[in-house]
Ligand binder design. Structure first.
Ligand code: ASP
Length: 439
């Protein structure tokens, strides 16, 4: 069995990039705050600042995001199909898939349990006074109505709807709409088919898919070169538009969520790495800094996927077959930050409206939060409609979503970071065990 080095080889290129993105983030944040403070004293700069945010800063951020989104479809397709095809034989898919899905489920369940524990202990919803509640509800009324409308369009989970979701009549049309589930199923099936090809053809297929991955990875390099500036622009624009005032009344709620996310990110995931892999948690977290800052600044697991695949292969040394299988699936299905957040928001709204949720109901909430997190797309703000669906399921007022919409953007950044980190940790563990079974 191959021993993993506890200290990973440092990659100066990735180290430098991660620090540059961090500096960009801090610089952008600071500039946004300075401009907002200035606007208070010199109101005439308010409208040029808003114009700059919408017409200059947002487009710069979008160039970075769209470069990543350009490659998401070919990358998910090529890496997932290759992940299965490279296994060579289907008998090796079983252990890989079983470990991957078991770790996904475990991660999300621990995440929700942790979040619910914190929310029950601190009970931030019970401390929100009625005045603040109605102010928040008024301020975010319109967005709440939009989210409720989106929730009404969410497909259910009957067999017919599931077939429709995973196997639409026209897979290309689904892909054009960036629906990832049909793409995943299609790529997995083709990968399975590839394992049954004669060896020479299978190898030719995996080589061709490798080339697609290499090409898309190069576009990721372009995007990442732009990342420090784009992230700075996105941060400044965010602060200019959203401001930080909205944090005040919800400070305790935000602290609970961020606390839960941090404990899960650095506590649970480190523990899993320590117990189930041969990697040092500290070295692993250092090595994936670029992934974490990309997730934090894009709030999108899908947009971070190209970077996760690249860094996991190049810096963590995880095999292409594991990264190709685990990471695209994880970006779509494994959302421990989202599951934690969903459970906490439901409990928070129940607390605000003074509706107690018994332990039994909270256990159901845990299960439903995990299941609905699986259904959340890896894009910004995607969990809000599912939270509305959960609120309705538990007979809680769906308009309650208005209370958290103002802080959702910030919390989205944090939960996406956890979502993506859990995928990479799963890939580390699964890969170490495959080494073991193969060695
Ligand atoms: N933004 C999250 C992600 O991409 C999904 C969510 O809204 O929770 O992972």
């Amino acid at each position: 069995m191959m021993e993993r080095p506890t200290e990973l080889p440092r990659s100066p290129r990735h180290d430098r990039l991660a620090s540059r993105i961090l500096w960009g983030m801090a610089g952008g944040l600071l500039l946004g705050i300075v401009l907002r403070v200035l606007a208070r004293f010199i109101p005439s700069i308010q409208s040029p600042a808003a114009w700059t945010a919408a017409e200059i800063l947002d487009p710069i951020g979008q160039v970075f995001l769209r470069l990543l989104f350009f490659v998401v479809v070919p990358l998910i397709f090529a890496s997932l199909m290759n992940g299965v095809a490279q296994l060579g034989s289907l008998s090796r898919l079983g252990p890989l898939a079983t470990r991957t899905f078991a770790l996904f489920g475990l991660n999300m369940a621990i995440g929700v349990a942790l979040g619910l524990f914190l929310m029950n202990t601190v009970a931030p919803g019970e401390r929100l006074d009625p005045d603040t509640r109605s102010q928040l509800a008024d301020a975010f009324n319109r967005q709440a109505a939009e989210t409720q409308a989106q929730a009404a369009e969410q497909p259910g989970v009957s067999l017919r709807q599931l077939v429709e979701r995973f196997m639409p009549r026209n897979v290309l049309k689904a892909v054009v709409d960036l629906e990832v589930l049909p793409l995943i199923l299609f790529a997995l099936l083709l990968g399975v088919a590839a394992t049954r090809l004669p060896e020479r053809q299978r190898l030719a297929t995996t080589r061709a898919l490798e080339i697609v991955t290499a090409l898309t990875t190069d576009i990721v390099h372009f995007a990442m070169a732009l990342a420090p500036i784009a992230v700075a622009a996105m941060m400044t624009s965010l602060v200019l538009r959203a401001g930080l005032e909205v944090l005040k009344p919800l400070a305790l709620f935000v602290v609970c969520i961020l606390g839960g996310i941090l404990i899960h990110l650095f506590g649970t995931l480190s523990l899993l790495l320590k117990l189930l892999s041969r990697r040092s948690p500290l070295a692993t977290f250092k090595a994936i800094r670029t992934i974490l800052v990309t997730a934090f600044s894009t709030s999108s697991s899908n947009a971070t996927l190209p970077t996760s695949i690249q860094v996991s292969r190049e810096v963590l040394g995880i095999s292409p077959s594991t990264t190709g299988f685990v990471l695209p699936l994880g970006a779509t299905l494994n959302m421990s930050g989202t599951a934690l957040y969903e459970g906490c928001v439901v409990l928070f709204i129940a607390q605000v409206y003074g509706i107690p949720l018994s332990v039994g109901i909270q256990i159901t909430l845990l299960l439903l939060a995990v299941l609905s997190a699986v259904a959340v797309a890896g894009i910004p703000g995607a969990s809000l409609p599912l939270i509305v669906a959960l609120l309705t399921t538990f007979h809680l007022p769906a308009e309650g979503i208005a209370l958290v919409i103002g802080v959702d953007r910030l919390l989205d950044m944090a939960r996406t970071t956890l979502n993506v980190a859990a995928d990479v940790v799963t890939a580390c563990i699964v890969d170490d065990h495959l080494d073991g079974t193969q060695g």
